[in-house]
Design a protein around this ligand. Structure first.
Ligand SMILES: [Mn+2]
Length: 369
């Protein structure tokens, strides 16, 4: 397998000098975000989806949301800059995803028609179709929220080995529903950041009866702001209902809804409070958003379910604080989703291994889960 893997300079650095370091010194450098050339979480670069268990992908796309800051295509680069900091074990789960699975950086989706949203979404779909056909789980960094439409058109296509061609259960954390199919276009874009959650249902990529949209908040433009989601068949948990039910009941609600179906997680950074993630697009400052513990608590509640991947979207690096806190939070959200996906993949491989007698390492750790 290693013959297919392109060694990133980041992993080896100055080969001779790095090789001469002791383990402690190497650990110091490799956990330092500013050291070495930047890949996602300091993973090796790879071009073949079949050569990884989990693919990390940059989707530098901005033209699906003309309503707001246009610099969302800079998100992947900003996260590559800081993400090595979080190449660690998962404290809650008690395992290191980097040791359990072949996690690789598949680079960025090539988007030469950057200002033509529809052509970009088509290219994104083709890129992820290869990943789905290989049966490789994928976690992406956007990009505006329109990318989720292209990603799931590919990852949950008829030929997907991840889904068996079945629609996925969507777990959608966001201040907004993004399901406005009655709008002909969103500032000129049709398969836009405001439309993807509806057309994926219409196209059979998402099963709304297995899906939950959670975290919606803000003063709406109209009183009927959530109706499009209800009409599509989604379960919707606006922030007010999350506060009423509490986190544990919300996890129960999501798990009851998804069951063991393939789950795709989409994480819009605006679900977090604006003080936690100030460089998210479309901020909703009128109502308090989640803390990281609240949002990541919902994600950790998905452990043991079949998480096939996810994305983190709406990072606008040009309005981030000088310390890059929103990019760091975006990387942390990716880490939560990739840990779930690695855990799901390893558990399922182990289960199949028991049936066939093969020895496959599992991600089981002593953590509370
Ligand atoms: Mn949003």
């Amino acid at each position: 397998m290693s013959s297919c893997i392109v060694r990133a300079p980041a992993a080896g650095g100055e080969q001779g000098e790095m090789a001469a370091l002791n383990d402690d010194d190497r650990l110091l450098l490799e956990g330092t975000y500013w050291w070495g050339p930047a890949t996602l979480f300091r993973c090796d670069l790879e071009t073949d989806p079949a050569a990884c268990d989990l693919a990390l992908v940059g989707v530098p796309h901005s033209s699906g949301n003309g309503s707001t800051e246009r610099d969302q295509h800079l998100g992947p680069r900003a996260v590559r800059h800081v993400s090595a900091l979080q190449r660690r074990m998962h404290a809650g789960f008690g395992f290191s995803p980097w040791e359990v699975a072949r996690i690789r950086d598949l680079g960025d989706v090539p988007l030469p028609e950057a200002n033509n949203n529809e052509q970009c979404i088509e290219r994104i779909a083709r890129f992820f179709e290869r990943i789905g056909a290989a049966g490789t789980r994928a976690v992406s960094i956007g990009g505006d929220h329109s990318i989720t439409g292209g990603i799931l058109r590919g990852l949950a296509s008829e030929s997907s080995a991840l889904t068996g061609g079945e629609p996925v259960a969507l777990v959608h954390l966001d201040a907004h529903i993004d399901a406005y199919e009655s709008l002909a276009h969103w500032f000129g874009a049709r398969d836009s950041a405001a439309h993807w959650a509806s057309y994926l249902v219409r196209e059979g990529r998402v099963d709304p009866r297995a899906s939950v949209q959670i975290g919606m908040r803000g003063n709406p433009r109209t009183a009927s702001w959530l109706d499009p989601s209800y009409e599509l068949g989604y379960e919707v948990v606006p922030m007010s209902r999350y506060r009423e039910l509490g986190p544990d009941a919300c996890v129960d609600l999501i798990r009851a809804r998804t069951g063991d179906r393939p789950i795709y997680v989409t994480f819009d950074l605006d679900c977090l409070d604006a003080t936690v993630a100030p460089a998210a697009a479309n901020l909703e400052p009128a109502y308090t958003g989640w803390t990281v513990d609240e949002a990541f608590g919902l994600l950790r509640g998905l452990r043991d379910l079949n998480v096939i991947g996810g994305d983190v979207v709406c990072l606008v690096p040009t309005k981030d604080s000088p310390n890059g806190i929103t990019a760091m939070v975006a990387a942390a959200a990716m880490f939560e989703i990739l840990s779930l996906a690695v855990d799901s993949g390893a558990s399922r491989a182990a289960k199949q291994g028991q049936e066939t007698g093969a020895q496959i390492p599992t991600a089981r750790g002593p953590g509370p889960g």
